[in-house]
Write a protein that binds this ligand. Structure first.
Ligand code: NAD
Ligand code: WQD
Length: 338
């Protein structure tokens, strides 16, 4: 019996493959490598010392999905595959709706066809929109503010409808906060294509000299030092949250959202300072105008995941920075060897 991981070659998916295999699960991966590299899968295999069954296919290819379900005994699915860049989603929204929604609909249909009804879905804290009340709890109103966020919100709604109509499903909607960090081996990590959109990979690329300086998007927010505050979570903690969610899905029925965060906020400048301390490298920065749509503060209440899944984040900002730095220093060009 195996867990099918869509998007398993990606940043969070590759770390989750390791945590699942280390917990005794077999994994099967489908990824079209649109935003990842097969090298990530090879390195996962090297870390765990076991092969990963990998299909380089698109989740929107129903016949490929059927082949995977025919060739493997899949007992649960973790659905990471999707496009995730907020800014890009406003420029090419239809591509985002096509990829994220169609892949999910086809996946559900094939799961129905094969009688597999346990699903863990990669949602996002972005589904809370611009809520002013912190910390965020799962029962707060939802309201995504960009096409990417709406794909996550719509998929959550689709999955709630699915559960309402077929209550023998088990669906965990995992709302991630800001995943950063890397596996402690320093051999897998986040490898964005082009100039990073997100803060931590940007800092890491400044540190290795790929980018000249960090742009800090605004220092006039109502926060500790005027810069944006977020709930950064170590990607290995997040991966372990997926193992707990699969454990839960295998022995419960329901459709439940869970925040996966640390419950603690950290500002842009605090993260920069922590990275400098961990790496010993100075990160030059300039203050630039705010990025449109950025809230001042976002952090989770993660009590529900603790109480129901038995999961909580263990790794602190220092470790997140040390592990990111180890990965970036050893792999200045990510998975590309040049
Ligand atoms: P990622 O881009 O590294 O991984 C996604 C993977 O899915 C990639 O390997 C990509 O090639 C693959 N993929 C995309 N569309 C596909 C398709 N149609 N068929 C097959 N494979 C496809 O991203 P990530 O950071 O690992 O994020 C994983 C999931 O978590 C995404 O759904 C993302 O929206 C969600 N999420 C990410 C963050 C974050 O900050 N990283 C936060 C919240 C939610
Ligand atoms: C963090 C902080 C920026 C880059 C995004 C998505 C969200 C989720 C996680 C998928 C903010 C500041 C950033 C830079 C900066 N993804 N910043 N300079 O915006 O909290 O969340 O990723 O679901 O949906 O919106 O993360 O890392 O982009 O920004 O000053 O070059 O860093 O303003 O305060 P964000 P981020």
């Amino acid at each position: 019996m195996a867990v099918l991981i869509t998007g398993g070659a990606g940043y969070i998916g590759s770390h989750t493959c390791i945590s699942l295999m280390e917990s005794g699960y077999d994994v099967v991966v489908i990824d079209n490598l649109d935003n990842s590299s097969a090298e990530a899968i090879r390195r996962v295999e090297a870390i765990v010392g076991k092969p990963v069954k990998f299909y380089q296919e698109d989740v929107r290819d129903k016949s490929a999905l059927c082949k995977i379900f025919t060739e493997n005994r899949i007992e649960a699915v973790i659905h990471f595959a999707g496009l995730k860049a907020v800014g890009e989603s406003a420029k090419i929204p239809i591509t985002y709706y096509d990829n994220n929604l169609i892949s999910t609909l086809y996946l559900i249909e094939v799961m129905q066809q094969f009688g597999v009804k346990r699903l863990v879905f990669s949602s996002s804290a972005t589904v809370y929109g611009l809520s002013k009340t912190m910390p965020l709890t799962e029962d707060m109103p939802l309201g995504a503010i960009n096409p990417y966020g709406r794909t996550k919100y719509f998929i959550e709604e689709i999955l709630r409808d699915l559960y309402a109509s077929e209550p023998d499903w088990s669906i965990a909607l995992l709302r991630y906060f800001n995943p950063i960090g890397a596996h402690e081996s320093g051999t897998i990590g986040e490898d964005p294509r082009g100039i990073p959109n997100n803060l931590m990979p940007y800092i890491a690329q400044v540190a290795v000299g790929r980018l000249p300086h960090l742009n800090v998007f605004g220092n006039d927010y109502d926060t500790v030092d005027g810069t944006g505050v977020r709930d950064y979570i170590h990607v290995v903690d997040l991966a372990e949250g997926h193992v707990k969610a699969v454990d839960w899905a295998l022995c419960h029925q329901g459709c439940e959202p869970f925040n996966l965060g640390t419950g603690k906020g950290c500002s842009v400048l605090q993260l920069k300072d922590a990275f400098e301390a961990a790496s010993g490298v100075k990160i030059p920065y300039v203050i630039t105008p705010r990025r449109p749509g950025d809230p001042d503060t976002v952090y989770a209440n993660a009590e529900k995941a603790k109480n129901i899944l038995g999961w909580e984040a263990k790794r602190d900002i220092k470790q997140m920075c040390e592990d990111t730095w180890r990965w970036q220093k050893n792999n200045p060009n990510g998975y590309e060897t040049k």
